[in-house]
Design a protein around this ligand. Structure first.
Ligand code: CAA
Length: 380
């Protein structure tokens, strides 16, 4: 067993770190306060090839490892967790839906290359009012119409939804047989009947943009179908296995970002005539948090490696997602506490990180759903 990162992985980690420090740190508080998405920075990061890291060069990707991509998500999330999820949804959920579907190579190139190069942004339409944890509860329907299909329904909680150029929409062809008829299509911004609905006002990840998407008699040509009827549900589940590793990386990044702020603070801030880090209670607390972070990191990197090596990774992904995101919540909450009154104030960042951490325990399958996935494999 080798715990060293490859040269490629170290390079990506460094690139993402430098980008986050130079492009994301300035203005991160203002973007959080005003719910503003850093589109220019998002496009710039895409131009560096980051969104296509794990996909083949033939489809516009970089042909890199899944762990390299995960390290990228982790690095940017240390500074801006909202950017981390926009990146992860773009690559894992949109990109994964196209890549792991039964689409032809031509379709894959057509729908993946613009995202991989950063020229366009992708989004993932699975969740509905009736289909949250129960992803099978879909009501969006595609009806055959001539040589194409007509789609009707409403998707909710679409990250990147408001500005996405491409959205993968999962839907039923025959509601009477449910997911056995689930298919998936790639829709594009501006298609008649495909509109952005309510923009969500959120507790955290405030600069990420999340909205409803309405489909009102959207006419879609057959060459936009990437998962045939019956393939859609399994595709969504497979894609979420990869997405959960991305959310785990986001959570771990948030945890590490808050930890580092607290570490520096405890060395600088003096009370009772000495730096806070000389208070054994706080030093021990940091020792515990660092151990939690390293445990989570091991699970995350293991899950990423399982995925890139083509091994079963539903359970490793669920374990990593649950552990990294619970770690993010615990570490950020403890960091706010250790920074005292300052921790509660915006300028020290940890309160934002605590708010950002909360959603990581919820989306791409709540941590209760991760327990369902793990226990489901235990008793088969
Ligand atoms: N890979 C491939 N196939 C899978 C699979 C996987 N990981 N998991 C299940 N399947 C297959 C099963 O083998 C089964 O196939 P058969 O019918 O041939 O036997 C089929 O799918 C149905 O499986 P289940 O009976 O286990 O499905 P279920 O209806 O009980 O649901 C669930 C299982 C795990 C609870 C699932 O509904 C789930 O993951 N729920 C959470 C949904 C979720 O994560 N939503 C996130 C939305 S995206 C998001 O958050 C957006 C964002 O912007 C960040």
């Amino acid at each position: 067993m080798n715990f060293d990162l490859t040269q490629e992985q170290q390079q990506i980690q460094k690139l993402a770190r430098t980008f986050a420090e130079n492009e994301l740190a300035p203005g991160v508080l203002e973007r959080d306060a005003n719910s503003e998405f850093p589109m220019e920075a998002f496009k710039k990061f895409g131009g560096m090839g980051m969104y296509g890291i794990p996909y083949p060069k033939a489809f516009g990707g970089q042909g890199g490892s899944y762990l390299s991509y995960i390290l990228g998500v982790e690095e940017v999330s240390k500074i801006d967790g909202a950017f981390g999820i926009s990146f992860s949804v773009n690559t894992s959920l949109y990109g994964g839906s196209v890549m792991y579907s039964s689409a032809t190579d031509e379709q894959k190139k057509r729908f993946l290359a613009p995202i991989a190069s950063g020229a366009a942004v992708g989004s993932f339409g699975l969740t509905e009012h009736t289909a949250g944890s129960d992803a099978a509860g879909q009501q969006t329907v595609a009806t055959p119409d001539g040589d194409g299909y007509v789609l009707n329904g409403t998707k909710i909680f679409n990250t990147n939804g408001p500005f996405a150029d491409y959205t993968v929409v999962y839907c039923l062809m025959d509601p009477s047989i449910g997911t056995k008829s689930m298919a998936a299509f790639v829709l594009e911004k501006g298609m008649p009947g495909f509109t952005v609905g309510r923009l969500e006002d959120k507790m955290g990840i405030r600069s990420a943009q999340v909205s409803e998407m309405h489909l009102d008699n959207v006419r879609v040509s057959a060459d936009r179908m990437i998962a045939k009827p019956g393939e859609g549900f399994k595709l969504a589940m497979k894609v979420l296995d990869g997405g959960r590793i991305g959310v785990a990386a986001q959570g771990l990044g948030i945890a590490k970002g808050a930890f580092e702020i607290a570490r520096k603070y405890l060395m600088e801030r003096e009370q009772f005539g000495k730096p806070l880090c000389k208070q054994q209670y706080l030093a021990f607390k940091m020792a515990e948090l660092q151990t939690e972070i390293e445990k989570a990191e091991l699970l995350l990197y293991k899950a990423a490696i399982c995925k890139e090596e083509g091994k079963p990774h539903s359970v490793p992904a669920a374990m990593a997602k649950m552990t990294c995101t619970d770690t993010a919540m615990r570490v950020t909450t403890e960091c706010v506490q250790m920074l005292g009154g300052n921790g509660y104030m915006k300028g020290y960042h940890v309160e934002r990180m605590m708010r950002d951490a909360k959603i990581t325990q919820i989306y791409e399958g709540t941590n209760e759903i991760q327990r369902l996935v793990i226990s489901g494999q235990l008793f088969r």
